[in-house]
Design a protein around this ligand. Structure first.
Ligand code: NAD
Length: 275
């Protein structure tokens, strides 16, 4: 019988692809997103293709919003069996302009130019909240449905930058490191009540969040985009579909003795020292 799977950030590029793949396995999918229109659009596509999905507005940073979403999910599909914590992302206010601090940077008064010393605590907090609190709160709400039942699990979305931080994005790297760490903590904490907890660590996927960082308007690669491809042994960006196999495995019975792992899906990026 199909399970009830709640996915946050499900209106986005990566999680909508994961949602469609899980729906094809016969599960009922609750697509949660701050952007209700985006979630509903994905749900309509799933339903048109013979699946079963609803789009629900939810803010992963507000408990009341999540409780309201849970009521909608429970009345449509019953108890939640699987939670995918997909909402996350970076913010320009938590990002430095240059990868390395140079002496001349301190005299750079260009508008928008940011050294480490200019980073805005509010920007840093936004990124930590979205990625870490935005994983913790939905887990507090939806894992209550899972305690002590069979076949329940949680899938978090970490990132490549959790293993080794990427230049320029200290907040996002730190926040995703917290997500990986929390995945292990929660796997241990929930081990006696039958809830497995794992995470994906996607490498570089060309999405709306990073398109202008990685590609120019003519589609060619920016210097940072080039650097990433050179550091990726498989020599390409990931496609959202590359996440499907690991998602189905970690949400399915084939991984029933697997908990507390963070799986890199990165074309070898994290295995490569560059030499
Ligand atoms: P995306 O921006 O396409 O999707 C993110 C979705 O989250 C959006 O639909 C947005 O509306 C929603 N969202 C934002 N704030 C929210 C909130 N407070 N409550 C509920 N929903 C909210 O991003 P994506 O590239 O598909 O990324 C999905 C996940 O994968 C994120 O956690 C991201 O950090 C992670 N990730 C992405 C990449 C990549 O290369 N794109 C790499 C590693 C990890």
């Amino acid at each position: 019988m199909g399970k009830t799977i709640v996915i946050t950030g499900a209106g986005g590029v990566l999680c909508s692809t994961m949602a469609e793949a899980l729906a094809k396995e016969g599960h009922n999918i609750a697509l949660l997103d701050l952007n209700k229109e985006a979630a509903v659009a994905v749900a309509e596509k799933v339903n048109k293709n013979g699946g079963s999905a609803i789009g629900v507005k939810a803010n992963v940073l507000e408990k009341d919003s999540l409780l309201q979403a849970k009521e909608e999910v429970n009345s449509a599909f019953g108890k939640c069996d699987i939670l995918v914590n997909g909402a996350g992302g970076n913010h320009p206010l938590g990002t430095t302009s240059n990868p390395f601090l140079q002496l001349e940077d301190l005299a750079n008064n260009d508008e928008g130019f940011k050294t480490f010393f200019d980073l805005d605590p509010q920007g840093i907090q936004f990124v930590f909240n979205l990625n870490f609190i935005g994983t913790l709160l939905p887990t507090q709400i939806f894992a209550q449905d899972m305690v002590g039942r069979e076949g329940c699990s949680i899938l978090n979305i970490s990132s490549m930058n959790a293993f080794t931080p990427l230049t320029k994005i200290p907040a996002y790297s730190g926040a995703k490191a917290a997500v990986s760490n929390f995945t292990q903590w929660l796997a241990v904490h929930f081990s006696k009540v039958n809830i497995r907890v794992n995470a994906l660590a996607p490498g570089f996927f060309l999405t709306e969040q990073n398109r202008t960082l990685l590609t120019n308007s003519d589609g060619s690669l920016t210097p940072r985009g080039n650097q990433i491809i050179e550091q990726t042994p498989m020599g390409k960006f990931g496609e959202p579909e590359d996440l499907i196999g690991t998602t189905l495995w970690l949400c399915g019975e084939g991984s029933s003795f697997v908990t507390g792992v963070v799986i890199p899906i990165d074309g070898g990026f994290s295995a490569y020292s560059g030499v």
